[in-house]
Design a protein around this ligand. Structure first.
Ligand code: SIN
Length: 479
């Protein structure tokens, strides 16, 4: 029986004006899971009113007090792992084990921010004259807006709001239209943890109208967005009006480079983790594999074998490793990338079609796919696929590998496998990406500065970099 979940403004669980709603459907079955309010500009402004009203009280609380509330929020998230993971799988489709992993990942951003914030402050630096002292302060930026994606409905919210709240900002958040239920459940737990009314406000609905209202409101001093580069460009233009600070974690097109001296078993394990987690729907998953000629066929053979271990199905069913794609647009894009690659000469080694794993499931399940013969003009070498498709090309030497890896306007993540330490260091330096995994396919962690170069965005999330992102720098010169 589908439930209805309301939105949170100023501590009250509210409906949209006119009581408009929209449905959230399980992408694996197409069945309705819940309905939520269809908010727009009116509610977006009300949410900012609440966050602005709560701002002075929250920033004046001692950092230790704010941190212990954020820590309690993280503890409650962990204590509710099973319920949250169940909702997450139903609305987003990822297997339950991955959903549980995401809840732990989400909680780690809250614990990390709670650990760091009480120690995070400014500096005292020598003044330019004996009679002067300079204090550098780090005040919270004020009201923060967060717009989060459907592929990590829990972790992308806590990655933004944990540090924002811990340093004294108040927040308005809009979880993705496709999967907002986990985010609303997190907002409820924040209240139970002691986050005061108005400090965290969560609304669902019309992304364009809400984003425009927030960037058109001078009280919003920062917006943090995870999503596509195309939407990032729109936000940059809108942010010009009030010179609103932006953190943008945008699209990726990660290269995965395997040198002939690599540990091939480790490279295949890393490829499986990086590429096939969340059915290939992560910003940091490899879109382009480049393998040195002498080991090309062996790598393809091993990856082919590993793909045979994946099981499609509903994420709540035991043994399932790979869920559905999120919606029909995602299916169309993945189909197009496979067809385009084949039209341009790629060989289909495995998969390549969409199936219904059982009569009750939708047709959004892409069979794990392996393509060889990747070349630079293929769409899959130029645009993010967001599906369980590994496309593999050849290179002959290091210079060619680095040139292929860097032949992209994107620069979020990259991976390189080699046993040669000097080559590993050269790869780390040469490859243009904000995150480089050397012999590591699992680079995600709350302690590191996550973010991209080039058209993959601005700013860093995680560790102390996240705290910096939600604070201003102000110096006081005392004579
Ligand atoms: C993303 O896909 O945007 C986030 C992936 C991660 O944090 O592991």
């Amino acid at each position: 029986m589908p439930v209805h979940m309301r939105n949170l403004i100023a501590g009250n669980w509210i409906e949209a004006s006119g009581r408009a709603t929209f449905e959230i459907r399980d992408p694996a079955t197409d069945e309705p899971v819940a309905s939520v309010p269809l908010c727009g500009a009116t509610e977006a402004v009300l949410a900012v009113d609440a966050a602005a009203e709560a701002a002075a009280g929250w920033r004046q609380r001692p950092a230790l007090e704010r941190s212990s509330i954020v820590r309690r929020w993280g503890d409650l998230v962990l204590a509710h792992t099973n319920e949250l993971a169940d909702v997450l799988t139903r609305e987003q489709g990822k297997p339950l084990a991955e959903a549980r992993g995401e809840i732990a990942y989400a909680a780690s951003f809250l614990a990390g921010a709670a650990d760091l914030a009480p120690h995070f402050g400014g500096d005292v630096i020598p003044g330019p004259a004996a009679s002067k002292h300079i204090f550098v302060l780090r005040p919270p930026v004020g009201v923060v807006a967060a717009i989060t994606p459907w592929n990590f409905p829990a972790a992308m919210i806590t990655r933004k709001l944990g540090p924002a709240l811990a340093v004294g900002c108040t927040a308005v958040v809009k979880p993705a239209e496709q999967a907002p239920l986990t985010g609303l459940a997190l907002a409820r737990l924040a209240g139970e943890a002691g986050v005061p009314a108005g400090v965290l406000n969560a609304i669902t609905g019309d992304a364009a109208a809400i984003g425009r209202a927030w960037l058109g409101d001078a009280r919003v001093r920062k917006l943090s967005f995870t999503g596509s580069t195309a939407v990032g460009r729109v936000l940059i233009r809108q942010a010009a009006e009030h010179i609103t600070r932006l953190s943008l974690e945008l699209g990726g097109l990660a290269p995965f480079v395997v040198f002939e001296d690599a540990d091939l078993a480790a490279a295949v394990r890393g490829a499986m983790l990086a590429k096939f987690r969340n059915a290939g729907q992560t910003c940091i998953c490899p879109n382009r594999f480049y393998v040195q000629r002498s080991i090309y066929e062996e790598f393809l053979g091993r990856l082919h074998h590993a793909l045979g271990e994946l099981r499609l199905g509903h994420g709540l069913d035991a043994g399932v490793t790979t869920g559905p794609l999120i919606d029909d647009d995602a299916v169309a894009k993945v189909r197009m990338h496979i067809a385009d690659a084949r039209d341009r000469g790629a060989s289909l080694r495995k998969g390549g079609d969409f199936v219904r794993p059982s009569a009750t499931l939708s047709g959004r399940f892409c069979t794990p796919t392996l393509l060889s013969g990747l070349t630079p003009e293929m769409a899959i070498a130029r645009e993010e696929t967001f599906g369980p498709v590994a496309a593999v090309g050849i290179f002959d030497d290091e210079a060619e590998a680095f040139a292929l890896a860097n032949a992209s306007p994107y620069g979020l993540a990259a991976y390189a496998y080699t046993r040669d330490l000097a080559r590993a260091m050269r790869a780390a330096e040469a490859i243009e990406a904000g995150i480089v995994g050397i012999n590591d396919g699992g680079v995600s962690t709350a302690v590191a500065p996550f973010g991209g170069l080039k058209e993959s965005g601005w700013g860093r999330e995680g560790g102390r970099w996240a705290l910096e992102a939600y604070t201003d720098v102000k110096y006081v010169s005392i004579a």
